[in-house]
Design a protein around this ligand. Structure first.
Ligand SMILES: [Zn+2]
Length: 310
């Protein structure tokens, strides 16, 4: 079985404005990197459109209706107080993000793929049940987790998030359910301000690893080895979803954690090792942030190289 990659042209159609860091050029950089000869064994698929049923497993009906009603025919529509913007192509883009993540779950659970990477945008991990936040409209990682349970009857699903920002939305969705695990490494203090050590969920099913600016590889790996990986192993997920943001990369203009391509390769290998032990190797990774085009490209390449077993 191969590593499978979902993407869709509609994900270029989310255009938050010329000076917004979450640009269509990000996706182009990722696709250019993954179309190099070393990834020739990857199987490419067009992402299906996500459904209301999938979205509503995480988001409230009122919020979903609001997003649809606000979707502009031209120009921009702000969804939060800051920087979460809809353009005319945004609704289609975010529904492809949802569709990709859920199809990826179908593929790994039904044995059609070894693992899956979703080369889609925008990111999703800040989106909460009833609000958009931090460039995110729908939370495709959380939606994929709940899809695995509702559609495939899995019980224990984990999301591991190495984006430089804390995934407040995923934490919010998982907090009260002991069979959902959310683990995040992130820069702190930093946007969005959540993700302290003390935030542990209803059953220690939330593990937060806040890292100070400039932490670098050694601190990241030590914290993951000490606090994240053993907790994930103990949780024993039946499916592992990765919120793969690359804005902790040393080249990133927003993040300051100074991670390297080798760190992304390392953490991916470690997560696969646990997935092999507890989840029959089932891993679905979804692209989150990453705002240096070069760092995003090389970090993603290192991540997918590891997913392929390299
Ligand atoms: Zn981020």
């Amino acid at each position: 079985m191969s590593t499978l990659i979902y993407t869709h042209a509609a994900c270029f159609g989310h255009e938050p404005g010329p000076h917004h860091p979450e640009s269509p050029a990000r996706l182009q950089a990722v696709l250019d990197a993954l179309r190099q000869p070393e990834f020739g064994d990857v199987v490419w698929r067009d992402a299906p459109l996500g459904t209301d049923e999938q979205v509503l497993r995480v988001h409230t009906p009122e919020y979903v209706e609001e997003v649809k009603a606000l979707a502009p025919r031209q120009g921009y529509q702000l969804l939060d107080a800051g920087d979460t913007v809809m353009s005319p192509g945004t609704l289609q883009a975010v529904l492809r993000c949802v569709g990709a993540a859920c199809a990826g779950v179908d593929d790994v659970v039904e044995g059609r793929a070894r693992n899956v990477f979703c080369a889609t945008r925008p990111c999703g991990h800040h989106a909460e049940a009833n609000r958009a936040m931090g460039f995110c409209v729908f939370n495709q990682a959380a939606i994929a987790a709940l899809h695995a349970r509702a559609h495939h009857g899995l019980q224990r699903v984990a999301v591991i998030d190495f984006d430089v920002h804390h995934g407040n939305g995923t934490q919010h969705s998982f907090w009260n359910d002991p069979d959902l695990f959310y683990g995040s490494s992130h820069q702190a203090p930093f946007y969005p301000g959540t993700g302290s050590w003390q935030e542990t969920g209803v059953a220690n099913n939330i593990v937060n690893i806040p890292l100070s600016r400039g932490s670098g590889s050694a601190a990241f790996r030590a914290a993951m080895e000490r606090d994240m990986l053993p907790a994930l192993q103990d949780f024993a997920p039946e499916l592992l979803i990765i919120s793969a943001g690359f804005d902790a990369h040393q080249l990133d203009p927003l993040g300051g954690l100074e991670l390297t391509d080798e760190d992304y390769h390392w953490i991916t290998r470690e997560l696969l090792r646990i997935a092999d032990a507890t989840a029959q190797g089932r891993v679905v990774s979804v692209l989150e942030g990453g705002y240096s085009l070069q760092g995003l490209a090389s970090g993603t390449a290192a991540h997918v190289r590891a997913l392929m077993g390299g």
